[in-house]
Design a binder for this molecule. Structure first.
Ligand SMILES: [Fe+2]
Length: 274
Protein backbone atom coordinates (compact mmCIF):
# COMPACT_ATOMS: atom_id res chain seq x y z
CA UNK A 1 0.00 0.00 0.00
CA UNK A 2 1.46 3.33 -1.04
CA UNK A 3 0.88 5.09 2.23
CA UNK A 4 2.99 2.51 4.02
CA UNK A 5 5.94 3.34 1.79
CA UNK A 6 5.48 7.03 2.24
CA UNK A 7 5.27 6.69 5.99
CA UNK A 8 8.45 4.72 6.27
CA UNK A 9 10.33 7.83 7.23
CA UNK A 10 7.66 9.12 9.55
CA UNK A 11 7.87 5.76 11.24
CA UNK A 12 11.31 6.67 12.54
CA UNK A 13 9.31 8.61 15.09
CA UNK A 14 5.94 6.93 14.73
CA UNK A 15 5.31 3.27 14.02
CA UNK A 16 2.30 2.01 12.13
CA UNK A 17 -0.47 0.17 13.93
CA UNK A 18 -3.95 -0.89 13.04
CA UNK A 19 -6.54 1.23 14.72
CA UNK A 20 -9.46 3.42 13.75
CA UNK A 21 -9.72 7.15 14.08
CA UNK A 22 -12.41 7.15 16.74
CA UNK A 23 -11.06 4.51 19.06
CA UNK A 24 -7.28 4.94 18.99
CA UNK A 25 -6.21 4.98 22.60
CA UNK A 26 -3.01 3.81 24.18
CA UNK A 27 -1.85 3.88 27.76
CA UNK A 28 1.81 3.57 28.53
CA UNK A 29 4.32 3.17 31.29
CA UNK A 30 5.99 6.48 32.01
CA UNK A 31 9.18 7.42 33.77
CA UNK A 32 8.15 8.87 37.14
CA UNK A 33 11.20 11.09 37.43
CA UNK A 34 10.30 13.61 34.70
CA UNK A 35 9.25 17.04 35.94
CA UNK A 36 5.54 17.43 35.28
CA UNK A 37 5.80 20.51 33.06
CA UNK A 38 9.22 19.93 31.59
CA UNK A 39 8.18 19.99 27.93
CA UNK A 40 5.45 21.61 25.80
CA UNK A 41 3.41 18.45 25.21
CA UNK A 42 3.26 17.84 28.97
CA UNK A 43 2.19 21.46 29.56
CA UNK A 44 -0.52 21.00 26.95
CA UNK A 45 -1.73 17.82 28.62
CA UNK A 46 -1.72 19.41 32.10
CA UNK A 47 -3.69 22.41 30.85
CA UNK A 48 -6.18 20.14 29.09
CA UNK A 49 -6.81 18.39 32.41
CA UNK A 50 -7.86 21.78 33.81
CA UNK A 51 -9.70 23.08 30.76
CA UNK A 52 -11.89 20.17 29.65
CA UNK A 53 -14.58 19.59 32.26
CA UNK A 54 -16.45 16.85 30.43
CA UNK A 55 -19.47 16.27 28.23
CA UNK A 56 -21.79 19.25 27.74
CA UNK A 57 -19.23 21.86 28.72
CA UNK A 58 -17.34 24.36 26.59
CA UNK A 59 -14.03 25.84 27.77
CA UNK A 60 -14.18 29.48 28.88
CA UNK A 61 -12.53 32.10 26.69
CA UNK A 62 -9.73 32.38 29.25
CA UNK A 63 -9.14 28.65 29.06
CA UNK A 64 -9.25 28.70 25.25
CA UNK A 65 -6.59 31.42 25.25
CA UNK A 66 -4.49 29.38 27.65
CA UNK A 67 -4.51 26.34 25.36
CA UNK A 68 -3.96 28.48 22.25
CA UNK A 69 -0.89 30.07 23.81
CA UNK A 70 0.63 26.66 24.42
CA UNK A 71 -0.32 25.28 21.01
CA UNK A 72 0.80 28.41 19.15
CA UNK A 73 4.27 27.89 20.59
CA UNK A 74 4.47 24.20 19.76
CA UNK A 75 6.54 22.83 16.91
CA UNK A 76 6.71 19.54 15.06
CA UNK A 77 9.77 18.66 17.13
CA UNK A 78 7.66 18.87 20.30
CA UNK A 79 5.82 15.72 19.18
CA UNK A 80 8.93 13.99 17.86
CA UNK A 81 8.64 15.02 14.22
CA UNK A 82 11.21 16.66 12.02
CA UNK A 83 10.59 18.68 8.90
CA UNK A 84 13.56 16.86 7.42
CA UNK A 85 11.69 13.54 7.33
CA UNK A 86 11.26 12.30 3.78
CA UNK A 87 7.48 12.25 4.31
CA UNK A 88 7.37 16.04 4.44
CA UNK A 89 9.42 16.36 1.25
CA UNK A 90 7.34 13.92 -0.77
CA UNK A 91 5.54 15.32 -3.79
CA UNK A 92 2.14 14.08 -4.89
CA UNK A 93 1.33 11.49 -7.54
CA UNK A 94 -1.10 12.82 -10.14
CA UNK A 95 -4.50 11.15 -10.14
CA UNK A 96 -4.11 9.38 -6.81
CA UNK A 97 -5.73 10.53 -3.58
CA UNK A 98 -3.38 9.31 -0.86
CA UNK A 99 -4.57 8.03 2.49
CA UNK A 100 -4.44 10.01 5.72
CA UNK A 101 -2.73 8.51 8.77
CA UNK A 102 -3.38 9.34 12.39
CA UNK A 103 -1.85 8.67 15.76
CA UNK A 104 -3.27 9.17 19.23
CA UNK A 105 -0.94 10.68 21.79
CA UNK A 106 -3.49 10.54 24.60
CA UNK A 107 -7.20 9.91 25.04
CA UNK A 108 -9.55 10.03 27.99
CA UNK A 109 -13.28 10.56 28.30
CA UNK A 110 -12.71 14.31 28.54
CA UNK A 111 -10.19 15.02 25.78
CA UNK A 112 -7.84 13.55 23.24
CA UNK A 113 -4.60 14.59 21.60
CA UNK A 114 -4.07 13.27 18.06
CA UNK A 115 -1.89 13.99 15.07
CA UNK A 116 -3.10 13.63 11.49
CA UNK A 117 -0.63 13.08 8.66
CA UNK A 118 -1.77 14.14 5.22
CA UNK A 119 0.39 13.39 2.19
CA UNK A 120 0.09 16.02 -0.56
CA UNK A 121 -3.41 15.93 -2.10
CA UNK A 122 -4.82 13.89 0.77
CA UNK A 123 -8.26 14.87 1.94
CA UNK A 124 -10.16 14.73 5.21
CA UNK A 125 -13.73 15.04 3.93
CA UNK A 126 -16.28 17.50 5.33
CA UNK A 127 -17.20 16.24 8.81
CA UNK A 128 -18.65 17.51 12.07
CA UNK A 129 -17.69 17.50 15.77
CA UNK A 130 -20.94 17.12 17.73
CA UNK A 131 -20.81 18.83 21.11
CA UNK A 132 -17.05 19.17 20.87
CA UNK A 133 -14.50 21.95 21.15
CA UNK A 134 -11.53 21.32 18.87
CA UNK A 135 -8.15 23.00 18.60
CA UNK A 136 -6.28 22.50 15.31
CA UNK A 137 -2.58 23.29 15.21
CA UNK A 138 -0.88 22.92 11.84
CA UNK A 139 2.62 21.73 12.72
CA UNK A 140 4.02 21.25 9.23
CA UNK A 141 2.93 21.85 5.66
CA UNK A 142 0.35 23.79 3.72
CA UNK A 143 -3.34 22.90 3.81
CA UNK A 144 -6.59 24.24 2.46
CA UNK A 145 -9.33 24.37 5.08
CA UNK A 146 -13.01 24.92 4.46
CA UNK A 147 -15.27 25.26 7.50
CA UNK A 148 -18.97 25.86 8.07
CA UNK A 149 -21.42 26.41 10.90
CA UNK A 150 -25.01 25.27 10.63
CA UNK A 151 -27.41 28.20 10.56
CA UNK A 152 -30.10 27.67 13.14
CA UNK A 153 -33.39 29.43 12.70
CA UNK A 154 -36.72 29.00 14.50
CA UNK A 155 -38.64 29.04 11.21
CA UNK A 156 -36.55 26.42 9.41
CA UNK A 157 -39.17 23.73 8.85
CA UNK A 158 -36.72 21.49 7.02
CA UNK A 159 -34.39 21.32 10.01
CA UNK A 160 -36.70 18.69 11.57
CA UNK A 161 -35.58 16.12 9.02
CA UNK A 162 -31.98 14.99 9.54
CA UNK A 163 -31.68 13.91 5.91
CA UNK A 164 -32.72 17.31 4.62
CA UNK A 165 -29.82 19.57 3.58
CA UNK A 166 -29.01 22.10 6.27
CA UNK A 167 -28.26 25.73 5.63
CA UNK A 168 -24.70 26.56 6.65
CA UNK A 169 -22.55 29.66 6.71
CA UNK A 170 -18.96 29.47 5.62
CA UNK A 171 -16.47 30.40 8.34
CA UNK A 172 -13.15 29.62 6.69
CA UNK A 173 -12.07 28.95 3.15
CA UNK A 174 -8.38 29.44 2.69
CA UNK A 175 -4.86 28.12 2.71
CA UNK A 176 -2.92 27.82 5.95
CA UNK A 177 0.84 27.42 6.03
CA UNK A 178 2.83 26.31 9.08
CA UNK A 179 3.81 27.90 11.33
CA UNK A 180 0.45 29.53 11.94
CA UNK A 181 -1.82 30.19 14.88
CA UNK A 182 -4.13 27.59 16.31
CA UNK A 183 -7.71 27.56 15.07
CA UNK A 184 -10.57 26.70 17.42
CA UNK A 185 -14.04 25.39 16.68
CA UNK A 186 -16.91 25.08 19.13
CA UNK A 187 -20.09 22.97 19.19
CA UNK A 188 -22.11 25.60 17.30
CA UNK A 189 -19.58 28.16 16.10
CA UNK A 190 -16.08 28.68 14.77
CA UNK A 191 -16.60 26.30 11.83
CA UNK A 192 -17.67 23.06 13.54
CA UNK A 193 -17.98 21.28 10.18
CA UNK A 194 -14.74 21.32 8.25
CA UNK A 195 -12.67 19.68 5.52
CA UNK A 196 -8.94 19.57 4.81
CA UNK A 197 -7.05 19.20 1.55
CA UNK A 198 -3.28 18.98 1.82
CA UNK A 199 -1.37 21.10 -0.65
CA UNK A 200 1.95 19.79 0.64
CA UNK A 201 2.50 16.95 3.15
CA UNK A 202 1.03 18.12 6.46
CA UNK A 203 0.97 17.24 10.13
CA UNK A 204 -1.94 18.59 12.18
CA UNK A 205 -2.15 18.33 15.96
CA UNK A 206 -5.75 18.08 17.17
CA UNK A 207 -6.98 18.63 20.71
CA UNK A 208 -10.59 17.48 21.03
CA UNK A 209 -12.76 17.81 24.10
CA UNK A 210 -14.65 15.61 24.52
CA UNK A 211 -13.46 13.10 21.90
CA UNK A 212 -15.76 11.34 19.45
CA UNK A 213 -17.83 8.62 21.10
CA UNK A 214 -20.47 6.74 19.18
CA UNK A 215 -21.98 5.23 22.32
CA UNK A 216 -22.39 8.71 23.82
CA UNK A 217 -23.97 10.19 20.68
CA UNK A 218 -20.87 11.91 19.37
CA UNK A 219 -20.34 9.97 16.17
CA UNK A 220 -18.75 11.68 13.20
CA UNK A 221 -21.08 12.61 10.33
CA UNK A 222 -19.96 13.48 6.82
CA UNK A 223 -21.40 16.01 4.39
CA UNK A 224 -21.25 17.35 0.89
CA UNK A 225 -21.65 21.06 0.32
CA UNK A 226 -24.06 22.36 -2.28
CA UNK A 227 -24.16 25.98 -3.50
CA UNK A 228 -26.99 28.01 -2.02
CA UNK A 229 -28.65 28.68 -5.37
CA UNK A 230 -28.55 25.03 -6.46
CA UNK A 231 -31.43 23.89 -4.25
CA UNK A 232 -34.98 25.25 -4.31
CA UNK A 233 -35.24 25.77 -0.57
CA UNK A 234 -35.14 28.84 1.57
CA UNK A 235 -34.81 32.00 -0.47
CA UNK A 236 -33.92 34.85 1.82
CA UNK A 237 -33.16 38.14 0.15
CA UNK A 238 -29.41 38.31 -0.03
CA UNK A 239 -26.80 40.10 -2.01
CA UNK A 240 -24.62 38.04 -4.34
CA UNK A 241 -21.78 38.37 -1.88
CA UNK A 242 -23.94 37.07 0.96
CA UNK A 243 -25.18 34.14 -1.12
CA UNK A 244 -21.60 33.02 -1.65
CA UNK A 245 -21.26 32.63 2.11
CA UNK A 246 -24.25 30.30 2.42
CA UNK A 247 -24.22 26.66 1.35
CA UNK A 248 -26.38 23.61 1.89
CA UNK A 249 -24.81 20.72 3.72
CA UNK A 250 -26.22 17.30 2.92
CA UNK A 251 -25.29 14.37 5.13
CA UNK A 252 -23.69 11.52 3.20
CA UNK A 253 -22.58 7.96 3.89
CA UNK A 254 -19.10 7.61 5.36
CA UNK A 255 -16.86 8.40 2.36
CA UNK A 256 -13.97 6.18 1.37
CA UNK A 257 -11.52 9.07 1.77
CA UNK A 258 -12.32 9.17 5.50
CA UNK A 259 -10.54 5.86 6.08
CA UNK A 260 -7.30 6.43 7.94
CA UNK A 261 -4.26 4.40 8.72
CA UNK A 262 -3.57 4.20 12.46
CA UNK A 263 0.05 4.51 13.53
CA UNK A 264 1.72 4.25 16.93
CA UNK A 265 2.86 7.46 18.55
CA UNK A 266 6.58 7.33 19.28
CA UNK A 267 7.27 10.95 20.24
CA UNK A 268 7.77 12.40 23.75
CA UNK A 269 5.58 10.61 26.25
CA UNK A 270 3.09 12.33 28.48
CA UNK A 271 3.35 11.67 32.20
CA UNK A 272 -0.23 10.92 33.14
CA UNK A 273 -1.72 12.52 36.24
CA UNK A 274 -4.66 10.99 38.04
FE1 LIG B 1 -12.12 17.62 12.28
Amino acid sequence: MKVEVRLTDVSKAIRKKKCCRKSCSKRRQFPASLPATSFPLQRLYMSCLDVFKGVGTVPSSTDVQKLCRILDGMTAEDVGLSRNLQFFKTSSIVGITPKVSCTTIYQSEKFSLCIFFLPANAVIPLHNHPGMTVFNKLLLGKVHIKAYDIVTSSNQEHSVSPSHPKLACIKADGVFTAPCDTSVLYPTSGGNIHAFRAITPCAILDVMGPPYSKKDGRDCSYYRDIPYDALPYERAIMSEEERERYWWLEEIEVPKESEMEGIVYMGPQIVEMS
